[in-house]
Design a protein around this ligand. Sequence first.
Ligand SMILES: C[S@@+](CC[C@H](N)C(=O)[O-])C[C@H]1O[C@@H](n2cnc3c(N)ncnc32)[C@H](O)[C@@H]1O
Length: 489
Amino acid sequence: MIDDAHVPALRTALSNASFTVDDVYALLGDDAHSALGRNQTVPALRATRGGSDLATLIRLFALQVAVDRRRADSALPHLVEPLIAAGMLDSSAGEVRALIDIRPYGDELHDWWIVCDPTPGLNGLQAPMDPGYVLGISEASSSLAQLTVRDPIDRALDLGTGCGVQALHLSQHSGEVVATDVNPRALAMALLTASLNGLDIDVREGSLFEPVGGEKFDLIATNPPFVISPPGSERLVYRDSGMPGDSVVRHLVENAEAHLNPGGWCQILANWAHHDGREWRSDLEEWFSDTALDAWVLQRELVDPASYVEMWLADAGLATAPDYTRRYEAWLDWFAAEHIEGVGFGWLSLRRTAEMPVHRFEEWTGEIAPPIGPSVADWARRTDATRGLDDAAILGHTFRHAPDLVEETRGPVGAEHPESIVLRLQQGVRRARQVDTVEAGLVSASEGDLTAGQILDALASLLDRPADELRRTYAASVRELAADGFLIP
Ligand SMILES: C[S@@+](CC[C@H](N)C(=O)[O-])C[C@H]1O[C@@H](n2cnc3c(N)ncnc32)[C@H](O)[C@@H]1O
């Protein structure tokens, strides 16, 4: 990578060319931008014929075409030779080509750049991936970024940093960020990502928790190499851990507590195996048996073995490889031998606790309204407020219904009672729950003044039912409604 002395000039060149998410989008327009999202460059090539410095940078990095040397010198003044010397650009016959990618990236408040390997498979050109490939922004990167709890903290760890995208986000709310990876190329890119954006990140080489032995953090964010692939197949380091099955995720869970300060979070994007005849929740529960961690595990998707294998063979650039069928079959054979009948995709949010740990295993494949980070922090607050309460105590609590809660009723026009009532959250995980009249009444009357028990008593007299029966029957509902975020203690 280019040395530190040239970084300010590179930053200035990218800024002067307005190489930002918004300006690239404005130059490309909707259609070319969408096509690029599908790895098709033709519309973007047409949109960047103008020859501005911005157009040159888009052609060079995003579209991976050779640009005229004079245009490259205009967009990257005094930088082309140093970038060639650093192995980031190549030049021949008066033209310059990019060997790595620099791409604009940002959130509502920031314009950043990410340094990573070029996007593979443009225009349908399939080629086997290099084992040391450094991934840019993937769907998984964005999922983890929006899942992460963004409270201000002292120390954060980005485990498996790749191009450094999580470290960028973490540096906005953490006093210190440590970023680790086993791939030295990734670390070099993460370091350049950080310095290009004027950020200071402590980058360390090594596997899993090895580079941070004995250290503690307030937040660990990791999108680890979680692909469940057969042993013996060549390892693509950005996605294969080389550990059997889903044991890399289990290892992270089992070792997180030792690296967390009290109240600290470890948030993991993961895959886990579903085994024949076994409940995935029980398998994962075992991972937590010796830990003092609250855990919210959310399964977002369940993929069948064939779809899983197809997805990751295509990701490896092998969809048109001559041995595609052999690889496909070998992977399926291995799944069968391991009794893996599906793979769960989802999110783990773990928090070190001193008290009775609470574990929540949930499947929600429905809509979400990102970011989810605030919902994760709210879940922790609700967990603390209700931890260990028996039925009498939970009924003695006051609750408010969630401010974003909507009630949907269905039934014949003019009917006195609706046939069905559904409560639906609008923010974060947009859970829905079908409720009966008592639960609906309980939720709507929960305004922070009366306890849940008092509201149930009032409903009992209104519905002409025994108060003690309602308290006995609905204590569990109150608990579930609070756990799900419909009621806030
Ligand atoms: C899926 S990529 C995630 C990159 C980035 N953090 C993101 O969110 O997009 C996984 C990263 O983990 C790294 N990695 C693979 N095996 C590792 C290990 N044993 N210990 C630490 N990092 C590892 C890979 O090199 C790769 O950069």
